[in-house]
Design a protein around this ligand. Structure first.
Ligand code: UN1
Length: 506
């Protein structure tokens, strides 16, 4: 099965470590080994790109930018729509490759590819709306306005858990704004990047006006490729998704050259399960929120704060849900416990569970039988005493802390008592409670879900975290502004206009 999937994109030992749209280059640095976590099987060895090759790609993006910024936005939209059409045509194959390369269940992988297409169509539609406004001047015959200009080549660095979506959220918005893009994918998912770039190459054949270098990618080590690119002043904006330490390092490097960053980093989200909630719906959504992609989402629900009147019942029912969660067969429809991305991820997860056990935290570990192959872990519910401090770290896997609370204020305080602030939730049908949670002094998070799955929201709104979860936002609302620079313009449209700002030009 994995080999057949690789054949869909002609992925073999000579797979290209970089590309500038229609053209691809073979890497000339050391090999990286691509494995599938499904059966821990070797897929291929891929020659990575060197620092010199990264530099060539960066310069190609710079050349492309100089052309693309002058292409009118409706024409840019056409290119994006064509890319979306080709992704749609290949969506099953792209999803299948994701399943093979990082283990995400096929139905979730398909949902991700559908999200990529949505993002492209949304970005294309922005050509109607991006732009500046006019402002009243304090002087006669003077007009104040603003123009928005593209920034330049945008460097996009992505994490393994959404191999296409994290790139798409940035790339399509960057493109419609008139920028070019260079993508450095996660070390665990280079093949997904190569595959989607092949799809893009097909799409670009329909658009000779799209310059080479418009949408590039490069696969290489941190030292050879990622760090030199992050430090490269060709990129006025670096948008990176990953851990908080990675984000801090990127931010330090980019701000040292006065560049901009968008950082989408770790989460540690909590949801409140209140007495007024629709219990059945809330249980189902809490379970899904904690376990989609086997908990490998920074938006995953990590801490469920349950009103004390419901605590025993909800704990028992979630424990049942964890125990009856089907395992394996990632190509079947339906929610499955799947493998974590690699051995190191499984080890980190198991080490965390061991340390909780040593600290005498009460654990409900599911006793489902795990497949012999792959990096499966036992999903775990960790019961926290009412007064226990909040877990401060994110554990990337199917671990859910559950803790009772007595009052809404107490629950909000617990919710906020972590360094992260990405995705939060409340299950409640009490308007006052919901309002209190989402108002000033309520739940601190970039995204709040009311009676819904915690996750990235629909593309039309912005997605981004606060506190240690990041800077800036991607996708909708006015996120596009981060991919552009504003120019303020004062027009004096009469000769001999005297100033009323204290200086007389006469
Ligand atoms: C989603 O939850 O739908 O890892 C997307 C994450 C984010 C993306 C979330 N980088 O959860």
């Amino acid at each position: 099965m994995p080999k057949q999937t690789l054949n869909l994109f002609k992925l073999h030992e000579a797979a290209p470590a970089g590309g500038t749209g229609r053209m691809f280059i073979k890497g000339n640095a050391e090999d990286t080994i691509c494995n599938s976590p499904l059966a821990d099987s070797h897929l291929l060895s891929l020659a990575q790109a060197s620092t010199e090759q990264a530099d060539i790609i960066a310069h190609a993006a710079q050349e492309a930018f100089l052309i693309w910024r002058n292409v009118p936005a409706p024409k840019r939209a056409q290119v994006i729509k064509t890319i979306a059409k080709h992704i749609q045509k290949n969506s099953d194959s792209l999803a299948r490759l994701m399943t093979v390369e990082m283990g995400k269940p096929f139905w979730e992988a398909k949902a991700e590819v559908a999200g990529v297409i949505n993002t492209a169509n949304y970005a294309a539609s922005l050509f109607h709306t991006i732009g500046g406004g006019q402002f009243p001047s304090g002087r006669e015959n003077v007009e104040l306005s603003e123009k928005w200009h593209p920034l330049g080549p945008v460097l996009v660095v992505t994490a393994f858990n959404f191999p296409y979506a994290l790139w798409a959220w940035n790339a399509f918005i960057a493109l419609i704004c008139g920028n070019s893009v260079v993508w450095k994918p996660a070390p665990q998912t280079p093949l997904c990047a190569i595959a989607i770039q092949q799809v893009i190459a097909e799409a670009l054949k329909e658009h000779p006006e799209a310059p080479e270098g418009l949408l590039s990618y490069i696969i290489g080590s941190n030292d050879d490729v990622a760090i030199p690119l992050v430090n490269n002043p060709i990129f006025p904006l670096v948008s990176a998704t990953g851990s908080t330490p990675m984000g801090l390092a990127v931010n330090k490097a980019v701000s040292a050259r006065l560049g901009r960053t968008i950082l989408e980093l770790g989460g540690n989200g909590a949801a409140l399960f209140t007495p007024s909630a629709n219990k059945e719906q809330a249980l189902r959504l809490a379970f899904f929120s904690a376990t989609l992609n086997s908990g490998q989402r920074c938006t995953a629900l990590r801490r469920l704060l349950v009103h004390e009147s419901l605590f025993t019942e909800i704990t028992n029912r979630l424990n049942n849900a964890f125990n009856s969660w089907p395992v394996g067969d990632v190509y079947q429809e339906g929610h499955r416990l799947s493998t974590l991305v690699d051995e190191a991820a499984a080890q980190r997860f198991n080490t965390k569970i061991e340390s909780l056990r040593k600290d005498n935290v009460e654990l409900f570990t599911s006793n489902v039988e795990l497949p012999n192959e792959g990096h499966y872990v036992h999903p775990c519910l960790a019961l926290l005493d009412k007064d226990a401090p909040q877990p401060q770290e994110e554990t990337f896997g199917p671990l859910l802390y559950i803790q009772p609370y007595s009052s809404l204020d107490e629950a909000i305080e617990k919710h906020n008592a972590v360094p992260q602030g990405l995705s939060a939730g409340i299950f409640s049908n009490d308007l006052n409670e919901v309002h209190r949670f989402t108002s000033v002094g309520g739940g601190e998070s970039g995204v709040t879900m009311i009676n819904d799955n915690t996750g990235g929201p629909e593309v039309m709104v912005a997605f981004g975290g606060i506190k240690n979860s990041g800077i800036g936002s991607e996708k909708g609302s006015d996120s596009w502004k981060q991919y552009m620079r504003r120019q303020s313009i004062m027009t004096n449209y009469q000769n001999n206009q005297p100033s009323d700002m204290g200086i007389n030009f006469k």
